[in-house]
Design a protein around this ligand. Structure first.
Ligand code: C2E
Ligand code: CA
Ligand code: CA
Length: 410
C-alpha cells in the first residue's frame, strides 16, 4: 500500500482511502467458532474484490479490517463507492448452514487533503471508521480534522479517568432531590458523579461516563459510586434521616455477574435497609440481550432494592422492556417534560399515554428535568408521582443537600 501511495503521489495524482471494518465480527468468532469466522473473512474479501474496478486496490490490514485505495474522484463519487462496498459487505452471506447478516463501519479519507503520508492517512481513515462505530455502526463517515482533536482529548481523558478511579481522587458525589408531586415532600435523591480533572477542570458525566464504558472502566466507576453512596447513606440513616438514594448502574457492569451480590454485601456492611436503595438502568440493546444482567437485576429486586428504568422513552423497544424487566419505577426522560405545552399538543398526548401505561403496570412515575411551575402543575394534574429537576433543586454536594433539604424535611 505504501508503495502504491508513493507511486500515485509521484505521478501527481490524488486518491481516496476507504477503511472498512465488519461490525461485531468478534461475536461471530465467539459464537460460531474461528473456522466460520475465517470463512466469513474469505467470502467478504472476495465480494469486495469483485466489486472493485481495475484501478482500485484492496488490502486486508488486520483481522476483519479492509482498506480500499482508489483514484480520487469527486467526493460524491467516492462516498457512493463506499456505500456500494458497504452494501456488498452487508448482503446475506451463507457459510455452511448458517445465513449471516453482516454490517460494516466505514471511514473515508482523501490524499493529500487528509494527510500526505500514508501512515497518517491510514490512521485518519481508521479514526473516521471508529466514528462510524461510535455513532451506532453500520454507516459511512468522512474524516475531518476535528475528529483527530476530539480523539486526542478522549484518549487523554480516559487515561486521567483511570487514574482518578484507581486513586479515588478528584471524584465526588452530588445529590439531586426528588419531591412528591402530591404534597411536595422530599422522597429521595439521585446520586450523580462529578469529576474535576486536575488541568481541565470539571468534566461532564455526559462526556466521561460513555468514555468509561468504552474503556472498560464502568465496573470501576459504578463500584466507586456504590461504595461512596453506601457510606453517605449509612451516615444519614445513623442521623435519623430516611430517604431513598438512587444510583445509576451501567448495563456493562451489570453484565458481569457478581455486582448484585456486591451491592447487597455493601448494604449489609453499612447496615442500610435495601428499601432505601434504588438502582437506575437505561434501556439498551445490551440489556435486552443479556440474561446475566437480567439475573443481577432480579437478585437486587428480590432483596428489596427498587429498580428504575431511566430515560424512559428515548431508548429502543421501550414497551417490550416494560414487560420483561422487573421494574418498580419509570423515569420519564427530560425531553418529554420539555415538550409540555399549556395548550393541547401531540407532546402532551404522548406524555399522557406514557403515564397511563406506567400506571396500568403499577409503576411509580418520576418526571425528570422539571424546570417550571407549569410543568409541575401539569404533571401533578396528570397523576405523576415524583418530580426531579432544576425547579426543585439542582444536584448539590453533601453539605448543601443536608442544609437545604434534609434539615428542612426533618
Ligand atoms: P441521568 O441519569 O439522566 O441524570 C440526570 C441528568 O439530568 C443529570 O445530569 C442532572 O444534573 C440533569 N438534570 C436534572 N434536572 C435537570 C433539569 O431540570 N434540567 C436539565 N437541563 N437537566 C437536569 P448529569 O449529572 O450531568 O449526568 C448526566 C448523565 O451522566 C446521567 O444522566 C447519567 O446517565 C450519567 N451519570 C451521572 N452520574 C453517574 C454515575 O454516578 N454513574 C453512572 N453510571 N452514570 C452517571
Ligand atoms: Ca439517572
Ligand atoms: Ca435520566
Amino acid at each position: 500500500m505504501n508503495a502504491s501511495c508513493r507511486k500515485i503521489k509521484q505521478q501527481g495524482g490524488s486518491f481516496a482511502l476507504i477503511s472498512l471494518d465488519l461490525d461485531n465480527f468478534r461475536h461471530i468468532n465467539d459464537t460460531l467458532g474461528h473456522k466460520i469466522g475465517d470463512a466469513v473473512l474469505v467470502a467478504i474479501a472476495r465480494r469486495l474484490s469483485d466489486s472493485l474496478t481495475p484501478q482500485d486496490m484492496l488490502v486486508r490490514v488486520a483481522g476483519d479490517q479492509f482498506v480500499v485505495m482508489m483514484p480520487s474522484a469527486s467526493a460524491n463519487e467516492i462516498i457512493q463507492h463506499a456505500r456500494q462496498l458497504f452494501s456488498t459487505a452487508a448482503a446475506p452471506l451463507q457459510i455452511e448452514h448458517y445465513v449471516l447478516l453482516l454490517t460494516a463501519s466505514i471511514g473515508v479519507v482523501w490524499s493529500p487533503q487528509n494527510g500526505a503520508e500514508s501512515r497518517l492517512l491510514l490512521q485518519n481513515a481508521e479514526i473516521a471508521m471508529y466514528r462510524s462505530k461510535y455513532r451506532g455502526r453500520n454507516q459511512v463517515t468522512c474524516f475531518d480534522d476535528n475528529m483527530r482533536t476530539e480523539l486526542e482529548r478522549q484518549t487523554g481523558l480516559t487515561q486521567a479517568l483511570r487514574l482518578a478511579l484507581e486513586s479515588k481522587r478528584d471524584l465526588r458525589l452530588v445529590f439531586q432531590p426528588q419531591f412528591s408531586l402530591v404534597d411536595r415532600h422530599l422522597t429521595g435523591a439521585e446520586v450523580l458523579l462529578r469529576w474535576r480533572h486536575p488541568q481541565l477542570g470539571d468534566i461532564s458525566p455526559a462526556e466521561f461516563v460513555p468514555l468509561a464504558e468504552q474503556a472498560g472502566l464502568s465496573g470501576l466507576l459504578d463500584r466507586f459510586v456504590m461504595e461512596q453512596a453506601a457510606i453517605q447513606q449509612a451516615a444519614w440513616v445513623r442521623a435519623g434521616f430516611s430517604l431513598k438514594l438512587s444510583i445509576n448502574l451501567s448495563v456493562l457492569s451489570l453484565r458481569v455477574t457478581g455486582l448484585a451480590k456486591e451491592i447487597l454485601a455493601l448494604l449489609g456492611k453499612y447496615d442500610i435497609p435495601a428499601q432505601l436503595m434504588e438502582v437506575e438502568v437505561t434501556e439498551s440493546v445490551d440489556l435486552e440481550g443479556s440474561s446475566e444482567a437480567m439475573a443481577e437485576i432480579l437478585q437486587l429486586r428480590a432483596a428489596g432494592v427498587s429498580i428504575a428504568l431511566d430515560d424512559f422513552g428515548t431508548g429502543h423497544s421501550s414497551l417490550s422492556y416494560m414487560q420483561q424487566l422487573p421494574l418498580d419505577i419509570v423515569k420519564i426522560d427530560q425531553s418529554f417534560i420539555r415538550s409540555i405545552q399549556p395548550t393541547e399538543c401531540p407532546g402532551n398526548a404522548i406524555l399522557r399515554a406514557i403515564i397511563a401505561l406506567a400506571k396500568a403496570l403499577h409503576l411509580e412515575i418520576i418526571a425528570e428535568g422539571v424546570e417550571t411551575e407549569e410543568q409541575h402543575s401539569w404533571l401533578a394534574a396528570e397523576g405523576c408521582d415524583i418530580a426531579q429537576g432544576y425547579l426543585h433543586g439542582k444536584p448539590v454536594d453533601r453539605l448543601e443537600f443536608e442544609q437545604r433539604y434534609l434539615r428542612q424535611s426533618a
